[in-house]
Design a protein around this ligand. Sequence first.
Ligand code: PLP
Length: 394
Amino acid sequence: EQYLTRRVLSMQESQTMRISNLANKMKAEGRDIVSLSAGEPDFPTPAHVNQAGIDAINAGFTRYTANSGIADLKKAIVEKFRRDNGLEFQENQIIVSNGGKQTLANTFLALCEEGDEVIVPAPYWVSFPEMVRLAGGIPVIIHTTLEEEYKMTPAQLDAAITPKTKIVVLNSPSNPTGAVYTEAEVRALMKVVEGRGIFVVSDEMYDMIVYGDVRPFSPARIPEMKEWVIVSNGVSKTYAMTGWRIGYLAGPKWLIDACDKIQSQTTSNPNAIAQKAAVAALTGDQGIVEERRAEFEKRRDYMYEALNSIPGFKTALPQGAFYIFPDISGLLGQTFDGVVMKDSADVAEYLLKVHHVATVPGDAFGAPENLRMSYAASIASLEEAINRIRRAFK
Ligand code: PLP
């Protein structure tokens, strides 16, 4: 181990994995576990998308493709940005990668000089700080509160900026909180960074999973920021295609070219078959996206009501994605079934071991007094989970 680099040693192991490994082990032992820990839709990939993959194999579309993705997929992505996000990009401003994850990793590798600061609002998606560290950057965390619906304010952003600030990360809708910044909020945040040589990495992975009349607003819509915003998205969540590994990035051509160079020397093109399937997903009937969004909204409503009626749980109303992130500080210091709840990891472990409900402790997301629950599960499973949670904290 002494031979490992500082870069790797500075990374943390994924906490999400520890509890899900334990949950899987208990399931394998035949225990009836209700899992609220999934980071992916419980729906299958749509049939016409699967068929496009099968057709690609049968047509022999099984070789290397252009490193940055096939032309018809880039065309479909340009069209998607126009249709869903009100964004105009050229095809040479797009790169397709192995999931949203690789688009983000490439971006941080391309932009972070050793010691550059990257502002990451917490609660954050677990991979942001670790990817920044791997690229040699320093994550600078801004802590947001339940009262502010887990959104950073322009004043907080301004206070976190130093001469070393290179990037601000925005993730709206957010994993894990479900927070969505309004257009006015995005504009106010962009006013803070505009003209200061700071890039904005906008992770819009959950843009199509939003509730009520909430609509996400991309900072790339602001003309003054166009050269400074990098948009990451993918087909994983919108089309239930997490295993296909297709993500895409849009931004200034010079940055896309740099990501292309990194990708060409590391992984090469994303999977050829999956690229064809992604074309079918983006250009085919979009009805299924709305159907599933509506189903997620019912579950969101149920979970919000149910959790807030359990003493010790306080949650903001998620506006998007498929997670709810209750504050459980009211449970800390208490004893249940003889177990003392010191932190959210204790709460998650107790829920799993004694009541067989799998959740993810908030530490991994930079919020040690919260639990992440995914409602990518049927209403029946959610009801069962809520009954068990209610019993656990009686
Ligand atoms: N960004 C966010 C906010 C996510 O939650 C995820 C997946 O969990 C990703 C990016 C990565 O998605 P992909 O599976 O396409 O790499």
